[in-house]
Design a protein around this ligand. Structure first.
Ligand SMILES: Nc1c(NC[C@H](O)[C@H](O)[C@H](O)CO)[nH]c(=O)[nH]c1=O
Ligand SMILES: CC(=O)[C@@H](O)COP(=O)(O)O
Length: 165
């Protein structure tokens, strides 16, 4: 598995721009809150560690990962000059095919929101077979996907900004 070969929290710091100039939204799903709260803490702290201003980080919660789609759209529609939106969730396989529908819908939906607003919308959603796999990726042995989401948001915001300079 790809994540087993790359810790989600390991980055070459020299490749990460400063987050200071940018404004970030973070939308976090409340389903599997123990996991998603850990993802949020990782994402928020990673933004701060790379220079983001607390006043430039706009944090919202939605009920489940499926609502991340609407949540990202609402933020980009209502908050002026957001440079990127980080969407955090944890979808764990249950007894039915609901997992497949949620995961596919969220991946496609978030991609479409990013294209709609021409803004980076970061897919920080764990899609796991079981809770242990999620724990391992929310600050456990494989790092924190929230960290990955924050670093990705910084890099994409800086890429977009580079064409305005
Ligand atoms: N089973 C999980 C869900 N299910 C809820 C959906 O995301 C959605 O809120 C509901 O279908 C109403 O629209 N959500 C997760 O984030 N994680 C799960 O494991
Ligand atoms: C991803 C889900 O919605 C899933 O966890 C719900 O569980 P179940 O498939 O057993 O209803």
């Amino acid at each position: 598995m790809a994540t087993q070969l790359k810790n989600l929290s390991d980055f070459f710091e020299t490749t990460v721009p400063s987050a200071a100039p940018y404004r970030f939204g973070i939308v976090t799903a409340e389903w599997n809150a123990v996991i998603t709260n850990a993802l949020y803490e990782g994402a928020y702290q990673s933004l701060i560690n790379h220079g983001a201003e607390p006043d430039n980080i706009y944090t919202y919660a939605v009920p489940g990962s499926f609502e991340l789609i609407s949540g990202a759209d609402i933020l980009l529609r209502n908050i002026v000059n957001l440079d990127a939106v980080i969407c955090l969730g944890c979808v764990i396989q249950g007894e039915t095919r609901h997992f497949d529908f949620i995961c596919n819908a969220v991946a496609n939906g978030l991609s479409n929101v990013g294209l709609k607003y021409n803004k980076p919308v970061i897919f920080g959603v764990l899609t796991t077979d079981n809770q242990q796999q999620a724990i391992d990726r929310a600050g456990g042995k494989h790092g924190n996907k929230g960290d990955e989401g924050a670093i990705t948001a910084i890099k994409m915001a800086d890429l977009a900004d580079s064409f305005k300079r």
